[in-house]
Design a binder for this molecule. Structure first.
Ligand code: NAD
Ligand code: WQD
Length: 340
């Protein structure tokens, strides 16, 4: 069995990817400092797959501890590096925290991979690297824009760091995955997104409002230059995203060298209002909302051209939006039950 190290593996996307990897026959070791997750997700992974991944509580910014952990898992054939802080607004308030956590963490992981000769890395990038795109949909060749937040900068710079390391080391290979808007949960309801405090993102805000935890959803702006005036995003099911990581890893393990970059989206954009309506249609629950002013920094519209991932990785988003919204709702209900 081939071993894979997943940093940030108790988090939202990492836990779903751990399930997908275990179901594809990999052995998973999770490295996480639990700054934005708990070990509950390991229990969820075990309930789904029958196997609890090995867990190492570790901070990727602590090089000596990381080196020690890598030395004990130097048989790993690849690393999926999810570990990062991701709150855009907080990154504006605390830029050094974000640059240090996201970039020092990444550099330490790359250093350990070099020292222990682990060749393959998947790096979590983001559609945020495209800024406000001039043409839609965006392909991987769409020019990157200077990011509007320190968080976004950590993805732009992170991609560059990974590229430079691969250029300098012919034994190393990398896949940069640019996620659009990940939503939903595992259909079992055993793992899902667990935002601490007031959610920044639309989907958990919708489910928490539907559950009565938040009184009303604030919809940011209805005067955009889009068909219905609301912002458009490409919402991708987290299980589809997880499957793409397995495909990316297999592509490198089967010998693809250098750096590959893929957009991970559905190729279809939905406006905020279309998503609210789709949630009601899928779950039968209407979410109270009010339209308020635009949120600073929001991109009016973005969706992916994901044909490269289809051609090279044979990967496509498959889960219908209604199933994704139902899984998000199921997870919300389950996590409410756990708390009460
Ligand atoms: P998450 O917060 O649920 O998971 C990240 C995990 O990393 C958490 O468990 C956290 O405890 C851990 N972590 C953070 N800093 C660490 C450190 N220094 N050492 C060890 N562990 C650390 O977030 P997620 O949504 O699963 O995101 C995973 C990755 O995908 C991140 O790199 C994020 O930037 C990227 N991404 C997320 C989205 C999104 O909307 N969720 C979109 C694009 C890209
Ligand atoms: C989606 C749409 C909002 C909340 C962010 C990061 C990006 C990536 C994913 C990590 C927008 C609207 C939202 C609310 C609303 N993360 N909205 N009311 O902004 O596309 O992307 O998360 O890489 O980097 O910037 O996602 O879910 O915050 O917003 O009306 O309470 O929902 O204006 O149009 P976004 P989001």
């Amino acid at each position: 069995m081939q071993n894979i190290i997943i940093t940030g593996g108790t988090g939202y996307i990492g836990s779903h990817t751990a399930v997908a990897l275990q179901e594809s026959g990999f052995k998973v070791v999770v490295f996480d400092n639990l700054s934005n997750s708990t070990t509950d997700s390991l229990y969820g992974i075990e309930r789904i797959t029958g196997t609890r991944p090995e867990f190492v509580q570790i901070d990727c910014t602590d090089l000596s501890a990381l080196r020690d952990a890598f030395s004990r898992h130097s048989d790993a054939v690849g690393v999926i590096h999810f570990a990062a802080l991701k709150a855009v607004g907080e990154s504006v308030q605390r830029p050094l925290l974000y640059y240090r956590n996201n970039l020092v963490g990444l550099m330490n992981v790359l250093l350990c991979m070099t020292e222990f000769e682990i060749p393959s890395i998947v790096f979590s990038s983001s559609a945020t690297v495209y800024g406000v795109p001039e043409t839609l949909p965006v392909t991987e060749d769409t020019p990157l824009q200077p990011a509007t937040s320190p968080y976004g900068q950590t993805k732009v710079i992170g991609e560059t760091i990974v590229r430079d390391c691969v250029a300098a080391n012919p034994k190393m290979r990398a896949t940069l995955l640019r996620y659009f808007n990940p939503i939903g949960a595992h259909p079992s309801g055993f793992i899902g997104e667990n935002p601490s405090g007031i959610p920044n993102n639309l989907m958990p805000y919708i489910t928490q409002t539907a559950a009565g935890i938040r009184p009303i959803l604030r919809v940011f702006g209805n005067d955009y230059d889009t068909p219905d005036g609301f912002c458009i995003r490409d919402y991708i099911d987290v299980n589809d995203l997880a499957a793409a990581h397995v495909a990316a890893l297999n592509n490198m393990l089967s010998g693809t060298d250098g750096v590959s970059t893929f957009n991970l989206g559905t190729g279809r954009g939905y406006s905020v209002m279309e998503l609210i309506d789709a949630f009601r249609d899928a779950t039968g629950v209407s979410v109270p909302y009010e339209i308020v002013a635009r949120r600073d920094g929001d991109v009016p519209a973005i969706w992916a051209d994901a044909t490269s991932a289809a051609k090279v990785l044979n990967w496509r988003a498959k889960v219908p939006l209604s199933n994704t919204l139902q899984s998000a709702w199921r997870w919300q209900i389950n996590s409410g039950e756990k708390k009460s």
